[in-house]
Design a protein around this ligand. Structure first.
Ligand code: SAH
Ligand code: SF4
Ligand code: F3S
Length: 442
């Protein structure tokens, strides 16, 4: 029996998909490369913005035709969209070709449910919110046998307790729960033995790791992971600016293996909007944190996420965000149009911003940030950097690409290097989104 998983959304979903693949393989399923030969298609979904939701629902809709030709094929939907209010109703009525709705709390049951459906041909919809042994958070992640990559991602904490007023994640992913440190460490050791040199620790807010465990914190976990032989680089995503402790700053600065890239979503540079967003910090506090980070780790890069057009955002509020960006001098900013998520507090706030105004603001924001990103990259020209090679560049067949410690994308002329090798290079040119380098013979 063959399975195919299609993944949408963030890295947490990518990671869950690998775990789901591991569970299926343990139960005798084999990975398939195409829809036509798969006996089980699992769509791992995202609903963080309406645009993502529309795209995924369109894709699920398009599988209806395939199901007509292959009625035995199991079509399964998992991930955040399954957990949205009204999802069961939607999939029962409008997407009746879906056999299995596997909620985010039931993903550990994938193999059991697939087998039940194969035998009984009855639909299973399980989106109950529960925190038991079937929660991926508790499971030992047996990774697919063919996974032997030089870099890997691993979830350390599931769910989110922050309830930022615009965000649907806490409703669909549930309460924050840290994975047992020993599980995480064992999994990383297993990965290291398979040749993994870079590990990325994932969570909606990794900084709160351990608050529900006895005697653990994210800083402590980082220190333990750094002790694992073979792991050369440690990354993590995402950090909430409010929870960045001095201890964490020190651990990151002191440990060579921990990459000096800080992804710190700020969302807005205007205090009034930050308050409405329930983010728990002011623009000034965030800027002070940037100062502390840069003092402790001078070679760092800092990136951020921003939302434009949050309800009630006036021209003046938006201008505050522009002024903030000018001061913050971020290495890059990922920008999103505010998207109404039904059920969140912001969805019913007064003064929703017009779509055209949001788009115009997004453009203005990028026009300001792009030259700042370029300037940050230009600052690195001349530097000697250790690059972890990813392989051929996507856009230019004559080039290879890799990443610096601070996570900058670097292109360099094609060489004999293999993906997963480290090479010392000199940065010779900078663009807005990447750097150009040449290998140094050493
Ligand atoms: N947990 C992370 C990221 C969660 S989602 C954090 O706290 O930063 C990734 C990004 O999507 C967020 O940083 C935010 O910028 C954006 N986002 C979340 N909800 C959104 C919404 N309703 N509309 C537009 N962007 C949103
Ligand atoms: Fe959403 Fe805020 Fe949680 Fe991030 S911290 S997932 S933005 S609620
Ligand atoms: Fe999307 Fe869920 Fe991630 S809503 S961004 S896939 S946590």
């Amino acid at each position: 029996m063959k399975y195919l998983i299609e993944t949408f959304g963030c890295q947490m979903n990518e990671c869950d998909s690998l775990v789901l693949a591991g569970i299926l393989e343990q139960n005798g399923w084999q990975k398939s490369g195409n829809l036509d030969e798969a006996d089980l298609v699992l769509i791992n979904t995202c609903c963080v913005r309406q645009s993502a939701e529309n795209r995924i629902l369109g894709h699920i809709g398009s599988l209806k035709r395939l199901k007509k030709f292959k009625p035995q094929m199991i079509i399964a939907v998992c991930g955040c969209l399954t957990q949205k209010e009204g999802a069961e109703e939607l999939f029962r009525t409008k997407y009746c070709h879906v056999d299995l709705l596997l909620g985010t709390f039931s993903q550990g049951l994938i193999a059991e449910y697939a087998e039940q459906i194969r035998q009984s041909r009855q639909k299973i919809f399980d989106t109950e919110e529960r925190y038991d042994d079937n929660d991926l958070c508790r499971l030992y992640h047996s990774l697919p046998s063919n996974l032997s990559s030089y870099k890997a991602q691993i979830s350390i904490i599931y769910g989110c307790n922050n309830f930022c007023s615009y965000c649907i994640v806490p409703y669909v992913r549930g309460k924050e729960r840290s994975r047992e440190p020993q599980l995480i460490i064992d999994e990383i050791k297993q990965l290291a033995q398979r040749g993994c040199v870079e590990i990325e620790l994932l969570g909606q807010n990794v900084n709160s790791y351990g608050h529900d465990l006895n005697g653990w914190s994210f800083a402590k976990l980082l220190k333990e992971v750094a002790k694992i032989d073979g792991i050369e680089r440690i990354r993590y995503m995402t950090s909430h600016p409010r929870d960045f402790t001095d201890e964490l700053l020190e651990v990151i600065a002191a440990e060579k293996k921990i990459c000096k890239h800080f992804h710190l979503p700020v969302q807005s540079g205007c205090d009034r909007i930050l308050k409405l967003m329930n983010r728990g910090y002011t623009a000034e506090k965030y800027l002070l944190l940037l100062d502390d980070i840069r003092k402790a780790s001078p070679k760092c890069a800092i990136t951020s996420d921003l939302i434009v057009g949050f309800p009630g955002e006036s021209e003046r509020d938006f201008q505050a965000t522009l002024d903030f960006l000018q001061t913050a001098k971020l290495d890059a900013a990922y920008t999103f149009l505010y998207s109404v998520r039904t059920g969140t507090p912001a969805a019913i706030m007064a003064d929703q911003v017009e779509e055209s105004t949001k788009k115009a603001r997004l453009n203005r924001l990028m026009e300001l940030q792009n030259p700042l990103s370029l300037a940050a990259n230009q600052n690195m020209v001349g530097n000697i950097e250790l690059i972890l090679i990813d392989g051929p560049s996507k856009n230019n067949p004559d080039f290879f690409c890799g990443r610096t410690d601070n996570n900058k994308l670097v292109n360099f002329p094609k060489t004999n290097f293999q993906a997963g090798q480290f090479a010392t290079m000199q940065i010779c040119d900078a663009k807005t989104w990447n750097l150009l380098a040449k290998p140094i013979n050493s």
